[in-house]
Design a protein around this ligand. Structure first.
Ligand code: BGC
Length: 756
């Protein structure tokens, strides 16, 4: 089948991370100062013109058959390099073979020695856009070294409206501006290395259940203000070479066959110059409708449109497209436009001039260092209380501690990862045997339900931190034995995991037990944690999760650390945070609800293919705010080993309509640490918006006692609403509230107002 799945001081550690991400006095509202990569797009017009001219000249030399060859893939499993897609080159014209690989968390093309990176959701939890840029560049180098110049997973931005969505971990969370900033930066980092980035899935793919047939019914205003916004930001600021249209229907039409979405919005209104590529197999159902809507490339395609491969639907953009062009139902000009877009992208991002060559060297040490850096900055400390009868918080753990019990989650051998096309096979073997091997999630057998684990043992890293302590490990299958050992230990650390994958949704947000996930869980994780917390008041829970989880045991724990899917250096990064060698600085990119009943959609229907986005604009934290529901942990939440205070908030309108926010941030503690100062806006009540929206942020490293005035410039676009009568974006006139704090519900949030 197509897939190949299958202590430094705090100061120096954080100091490296924060270069260029907001530690400077001035920053854009997206938490990132201007980088070289950003500048290259802004000043790209000469390169754009040159690419256009070269593409036009080459197009003029092409035959009809050659044009057809470039607008569809050669079929499932045809990439000689093991990637997810392949378009053979045309030697006569100097067009190289085009091998494509998924790469959300690393090069997904078999065992090539590529680095296994943390999940994109973890990356978003860093709130450091520069990190996404750097990560994009690192993965792009590994793609090139393995022969790929087209990345299929350089940035997905379907929003986490439904946290049970099995692909939540592949994206950048629930806020459109946070997601748009991260997809933009990952795209810029990728394309600066001469690898084409793909922004996906356009649009409305916010659940996996019935994904080939479901119809996302999205009100126009929510579509524009929420779901399209990250794509709009990425297209305008980073010009990705590819946009992948989604499997599902949007308001009654297949996303890949919607002229309004592909031509009117994406290409005409936003100025997208690249290729619209269909998601694999089921996204395109009608040759003429797709081509005339603005679809430019069918994947995975086939050499023969009339013969099904692997029992899947026949393809549409080979002989059928040729016939349609010959009989005039698709114009020759439309076909030329498809090919032109492909060629100009290949020229623009250096693939024509410097095609990738397989067999290069992957910088494994460099990749792992990058993976650790991302994991360290992504960890979110959700809770850190003083155990009963003590006065200081459970974390960080002193290295002089005498006894530690580590329990569960296969912490003795590795860390969990997600499944599906965004995954990457553990490059040096999976240390955890699947409890139900050989079965798959979907009838086509594409995706394994067995979690990949990477060999990065938290237990080993914990032992190294406290060499004089007695550190014992229990695998969690015997809760009473683990709890009994915990009773006499100085600290108990319980690891809990939650597997999710493409092509499945989670039934609940409860930590899975052996009934919910028999392939990966041997016992009831919630019961284990409850048993341990009953015996040891200093219990720390470490989560390796795809998305939010519920925590019925929360009150009994001292500390909870969300490590997400932390990648090949995850064990080390977790231990660094637990022992204080890294001061945690991540913030939640999604809301953690107390219970699934608090979500807008009570359950994901298995039978009703209509997915009604009835909550409209009230998505994610906007839902919890508008309904006054207390979340378990709010969007933007994340603790540090130091504490910060905010003062002196001033918001003012600049001459160009942008807004300047100034606030003084002080590190009140005795450790260096980084804080994400978040700026939320409340629109004038007549605008009919949810209570607040994120409009900007800045992540800043401060030394103990240091205070700094931050200056965050927020584009006027961040205050806009979509006017459905005028079908245009506008900033409503009136009084705006501006709130600044360390989370969307920070108790000491500062607020002011200004008129726009
Ligand atoms: C996924 C895409 C992926 C493609 C190629 C599809 O099933 O939805 O995200 O890029 O497969 O592997």
């Amino acid at each position: 089948m197509k897939k190949t799945i299958i202590a430094l001081s705090v100061i120096s550690a954080l100091g490296i991370h924060l270069q260029g991400c907001g530690a400077q006095a001035e920053s854009s509202g997206g938490g990132l100062g201007k980088t070289a990569a950003q500048t290259s797009v802004a000043t790209a017009s000469a390169e754009d013109t040159l690419a256009d001219q070269k593409a036009q000249a080459l197009l003029a030399k092409m035959t009809l058959d050659e044009k057809i060859q470039l607008v569809h893939g050669a079929g499932i499993g045809t990439s000689p390099l093991g990637g997810g897609g392949f378009i053979p080159g045309i030697a006569r014209l100097g067009i190289p073979d085009l091998n494509m690989a998924d790469s959300a968390t690393g090069v997904n093309a078999g065992l090539k020695g590529a680095t296994e990176f943390p999940s994109p959701l973890a990356v978003a939890a860093s709130w450091n856009g520069a990190l996404a840029n750097e990560l994009g560049a690192t993965i792009a180098k590994e793609l090139r070294a393995t022969g790929f110049a087209i990345s299929l997973g350089s940035g997905g931005a379907n929003l986490a409206r439904e946290p049970r969505y099995g692909r939540t971990w592949e994206y950048f969370g629930e806020d459109p501006v946070l997601a748009g900033t991260f997809m933009t930066q990952r795209t810029l980092g990728t394309q600066a290395q001469k690898v084409i980035a793909t922004a996906k899935h356009f649009i409305g793919n916010e659940q996996e259940t019935n994904r080939f047939a479901s119809n996302s019914v999205i009100p126009e205003r929510a579509l524009r203000e929420l779901y399209l916004l990250p794509f709009e930001m990425t297209v305008k600021d980073a010009q990705p070479g590819n946009v992948m249209c989604a499997y599902n229907l949007v308001n009654g039409l297949k996303a890949c066959e919607s002229k309004e979405l592909l031509t009117d919005i994406l290409k005409t209104q936003w100025g997208f110059k690249g290729t619209v590529q269909a998601d694999w197999i089921f996204a395109l159902t009608d040759t003429v409708r797709g081509a005339n809507a603005g679809l430019d490339e069918e994947e995975p395609g086939s050499q023969d449109d009339y013969q099904s491969n692997y029992g899947l639907p026949t393809s549409n953009f080979n002989q059928k497209l040729k016939a349609a062009v010959q009989n005039g139902s698709v114009s020759a000009a439309r076909l030329d436009d498809m090919v032109f877009r492909k060629l100009r992208t290949l020229y623009r991002y250096g693939i024509m001039d410097t095609p990738p060559v397989a067999g290069g060297t992957i910088d494994r040490a460099g990749g792992q260092a990058m993976a650790q850096k991302v994991a360290s900055e992504a960890m979110v400390l959700l809770k850190n209380a003083a155990p009963a009868g003590t006065s200081s918080p459970a974390l960080p753990i002193a290295k002089t501690i005498r006894s530690i019990v580590v329990i569960g989650g296969h912490a003795d051998v590795g860390v969990m990862h997600g499944g599906g096309s965004a995954s990457i096979a553990p490059q040096d073997g999976n240390p955890v045997a699947c409890l139900q091997p050989g079965t798959a999630f979907d009838p086509a057998g594409v995706f394994s339900k067995c979690a990949p684990y990477f060999k990065s043992s938290p237990l080993a890293a914990i032992r190294a931190k406290a060499p004089n302590a007695s550190v014992t490990y229990f695998d969690g299958s015997n809760a009473s034995a683990a709890a009994a050992a915990a009773a006499s230990a100085d600290v108990a650390i319980v690891f809990a995991t939650q597997f999710a994958s493409e092509n499945m949704d989670l039934a609940t947000l409860d930590l899975p037990n052996n009934a919910a996930d028999p392939a990966n869980q041997a016992y009831d994780q919630n019961a284990l944690i409850a048993a341990v917390t009953a015996k040891n008041k200093r219990t720390v829970v470490v989560l390796e999760s795809a998305t939010a989880v519920t925590m019925p045991w929360l009150a009994g724990t001292s500390a909870v650390l969300e490590a997400w899917y932390p990648g090949i250096r995850g064990g080390q990064a977790i231990a660094d945070v637990l022992f204080g060698d890294v001061n945690p600085s991540g913030k939640l990119p999604i809301t953690f609800p107390q219970k699934v009943q608090d979500l807008p959609q009570p359950l994901i229907s298995q039978t009703d293919t209509t997915v009604n986005y009835a909550e409209g604009l009230n998505m994610g934290y906007r839902w919890f705010d508008s309904k006054a529901i207390a979340p378990l942990f709010p969007f933007g939440h994340g603790l540090s080993y130091t504490s910060f205070s905010y003062s002196g908030l001033i918001a003012s309108k600049l001459a160009n309509g942008d807004v300047s926010v100034r606030v003084t941030l002080k590190n009140d503690g005795v450790r260096a640490g980084a804080e994400v100062a978040q700026v939320y806006a409340t629109l004038p009540s007549a605008a009919g918006e949810p209570p607040k929206r994120l409009v900007g942020w800045q992540k800043v490293l401060l030394q103990p006692g240091e205070s700094r005035q931050l200056s965050i410039t927020i584009s006027s676009a961040r205050f806009a609403i979509w006017n459905t009568a005028q079908r245009a974006s506008q900033v409503p006139a009136g009084s705006y509230g501006v709130q600044v704090g360390g989370s969307s519900r920070a108790p000491a949030m500062l607020s002011t107002s200004l008129s726009l």
